[in-house]
Ligand binder design. Sequence first.
Ligand SMILES: Cc1cc2nc3c(=O)[nH]c(=O)nc-3n(C[C@H](O)[C@H](O)[C@H](O)COP(=O)(O)OP(=O)(O)OC[C@H]3O[C@@H](n4cnc5c(N)ncnc54)[C@H](O)[C@@H]3O)c2cc1C
Length: 672
Amino acid sequence: MTKKCEQVDVCVIGAGHAGCEAALACARLGLETIIFTVSVDSIALMPCNPNVGGSSKGHLVRELDALGGEMGKNIDRTFIQSKMLNVSKGPAVHSLRAQADKAEYSRAMRKVLESQEHLTIKQAEVCELLWEDMGEASQPGNLPKSLEGAGGKPGNPEGREASSMEASSERNQKTYRKKVKGVRTFTGMLYECKAVVLCTGTYLGARCLCGESITYTGPNGLQAATHLTRSLKEMGIELRRFKTGTPARMDGRSIDFSRMEEQLGDERIVPFSFSTDPDSIQKEQVSCWLTYTNEKTHEIIRGNLDRSPIYAGIIEGTGPRYCPSIEDKVVKFADKERHQVFIEPEGLHTNEMYVGGMSSSLPEDVQLAMYRTVPGLEHCRIVRNAYAIEYDCIHAGQLEATLEFRDVRGLFSAGQFNGSSGYEEAACQGLVAGVNAAMSILGKPPLTIDRSEGYIGVLIDDLVTKDNREPYRMMTSRAEYRLLLRQDNADLRLRKKGYEAGLISEEEYQALLEKERLIDREVERLKGTSVGANREIQNFLEAHGSSPLKTAASLAELLCRPELSYEVLGEIDRGREALPAAVLEQVEIEIKYEGYILRQKRQVEQFRKMEKKLIPQDMDYDQVSSLRLEARQHLKLFRPSSIGQASRISGVSPADISVLLVYLERYGKDLP
Ligand SMILES: Cc1cc2nc3c(=O)[nH]c(=O)nc-3n(C[C@H](O)[C@H](O)[C@H](O)COP(=O)(O)OP(=O)(O)OC[C@H]3O[C@@H](n4cnc5c(N)ncnc54)[C@H](O)[C@@H]3O)c2cc1C
């Protein structure tokens, strides 16, 4: 008798950027993990742009790295060009971006997975989730059970009235209705497990459109996953249909680069990973190229809109507003005379070129005609056509901040499946979902990141509290505390969390502590070292266009002047110790922006107060009679865990929050 059932701790469905991080996190935490993919060729595949990072996405990768993720290390291994963007602006918006050798990126990540203890790769389509009902979940009632034990009850001798709404994880206990038990593959194998992480990306129910031609495949012609949607629906999971698109890839030999502007990489390359030695990654880089569309291009597009599946109404899914197709750009920005087109190499061992900025789902003949109007592309030959893809994903309001489904114990999800878009967004969610799947099995506290701690916190909070009707992508403008959430200090903000979760090694953690020590010491030294208003100092200030001193000043006070840098101050600060560049960067930012940073830290304190006011998960919003109907509906749908979270739900007004605060305060006091 053969065995049809295998047993593991965690099943990760999908080996894209989310799945890889989720599976690595689980396996690294010692859990037997299996990662499923419909094709092993899709492991860490980049089906669209050949780069990692960029505005705000660079922040995400750095944060992921600080927590112990792999993306930063993998792009450091496989990049072919690197650039720090926005350096002419303030440090809050500096963003690292690297061109990847796509094939190498995929290969290198696969090697990491293959070398990881406790991790198995399995090419198989998962068709069904196995689960069981947990009976009646605790019903919402007048007195939520989870409030017991707080404010004035036995077991709380101090009767801390004022904090009756504040944190105790027990009080905010979840009310699961189902429990996941395993998965079934297309070939009939069963895998029993304690947790499942769904990372199905753009493959679920996927169909690709190029003009009138439709194929029922995933990206790059890979097999789609056609069965799992039904199983998810049967579990009561609400699904949505989103779409995204990609431009054509050209044969590099058919491009005239002399008609384009060359885009070079940085002279001094900054690594993504805090664990990569900057000296080890300096290398020769490839160039990218910039060209533009023109009126002729736009004319061809406008003349063929009726053949575009989006405009002909064939596409049902909603696309990303911030990554529009060239058809969308021409229609929505009709007065714009030209749009940027970036030509980016897909790797060192191929001459395929990505045509950034011109994604499309127009038919092939129209694509060829429109691309050939662009300077440098007059004789281009298309290797892969541009296309749009539609896929099934979820409404992420069904998830907790841990990325676990609110109603289903042990079921987590991450990435494009959660309604986001982008490799980096996917990878960050993958790590959070993976760690939390592991923590739930190990009985340890979950890993959550709030909006004041990282872009990852902003990303997840936006996904789980907002009714996102289109693929969500990260942008710096989404973060309230931008000055604190910089890409340069992601390790200082999050490495400790990664260490506590068990994903950062002792050596990496000690390196962080040493960095912190050096920063603090140097800041103190600069604040405590005075220079007099003597001739040498006045000459120095004059030479650098800075006003003379009237009385003595500290080096820190001089550094606050915009025209003076730490480097320049070296002329009058001769006794200083040589320190690593990453330490000096922090010292300079901390001193120059001290006032702004302090102000933002005070805002964070206010924010945290609201986050600490917990709302019981079995809260019965129908009992709160003064709530407006819309607010009640949205609160019931999203079931926020705190007042802070409730305040960010669309349709919940400040007045509704006041009503909730009063109600919850009364609850605490009314307890026997
Ligand atoms: C055509 C196209 C255009 C895009 N354009 C952009 C863009 O302009 N900007 C941008 O930021 N992002 C874009 N993206 C999105 C980007 O590719 C994704 O955000 C990113 O890859 C998502 O990572 P993921 O891990 O969530 O999913 P994916 O990378 O899609 O990986 C999903 C994985 O799940 C596996 N899988 C799915 N279902 C099953 C199943 N039932 N059983 C087993 N395995 C399964 C697949 O084999 C695959 O390994 C585009 C994607 C595509 C396809």
